[in-house]
Design a binder for this molecule. Structure first.
Ligand code: 13P
Length: 256
């Protein structure tokens, strides 16, 4: 079955809400209606800009989808500083990144936390983008498959095959994030092929055929086409290059 490509921009902690409005407007101008038929385009602004970006998307009839970078697992409560899945869903958020390596490594999120967040996103009818990835040290120790296989297993444990088929997974090697050092097309395809086989083993071939698996880590307009040419790579999760609407639009239109 054909999986629709998905290219998501993770803006991380960048852009005030005013800057975000300009960024999404520019992106909208640079994309043609036909582009959205080929690629699902997602932007993940910081929490403070979600409402503004949502308003632009809606009022300009853009087909850009709204994503969030993180979420808490409870719908409400005494969790100072956190943002709930209910709040995101009510804002029209469709995708939520869970388990980004910056959350895991800088903020100490473990597999159990990632699994809780993933379930909360599903419970509010949004789609999780589950990020997994190994550090350079782990790659050099040749334990990449154990690490990313373990992260995937912990996040998806107990989900039914239909749910897993609807998910998005992002393979983001930590050593490639923000470093300008992309995984080669072969390294990315190898890891993503491994993750897809893992899904097949755990949740069946139908789920493995449907689940979309993205690559993330120093993706640019210059290297996206090579990555997208790989059969198992269904899209990209883009950090730095997504902050420039010209770059991000040309990356979305990777076939041109
Ligand atoms: P860069 O594209 O800046 O390397 O970031 C990748 C990333 O972490 C996307 O989530």
């Amino acid at each position: 079955m054909a999986r629709k490509d998905l290219i998501a921009g993770n803006w991380k902690m960048n852009a005030t809400h005013l800057e975000a409005i300009q960024m999404v407007q520019k992106l909208g101008y640079r994309l043609d209606p036909g582009d959205y038929d080929r690629v699902e385009v997602v932007v993940c602004p910081p929490f403070t800009a979600l409402r503004s970006v949502q308003t632009v998307i809606e009022s300009d009839y853009l087909r850009i989808r709204l994503g969030a970078q993180d979420v808490h697992w409870e719908a409400q409560g005494a969790f100072t500083g956190e943002v709930s899945p209910l709040m995101l869903a009510r804002l029209g958020v469709k995708y939520v990144i869970v388990g980004h390596s910056e959350r895991r490594h800088l903020f100490g999120e473990d597999d159990a936390t990632v699994a809780r967040k993933l379930r909360a996103v599903l419970a509010h009818d949004m789609t999780p983008i589950v990020a997994v990835g190994e550090t350079l040290e782990q790659r050099e120790q040749e334990i990449t498959e154990e690490v990313i296989g373990g992260q995937l297993q912990a996040a998806l444990e107990g989900l039914d095959p239909a749910t897993v088929g609807d998910l998005v997974v992002a393979y983001e090697p930590v050593w490639a994030i923000g470093t300008g050092r992309t995984a080669s097309d072969e390294q990315a395809a190898e890891a993503i092929g491994f993750l897809r086989r893992r899904v097949a083993e755990g949740w069946g071939e139908a789920a493995a055929d449907r689940v979309r698996i993205l690559y993330g880590g120093s993706v640019t307009p210059g290297n996206v086409a090579g990555l997208m040419a790989k059969r198992d790579i269904d899209g990209a999760l883009v950090g730095g290059a997504s902050l420039d609407p010209d770059k991000f639009a040309s990356l979305v239109r990777y076939w041109i």
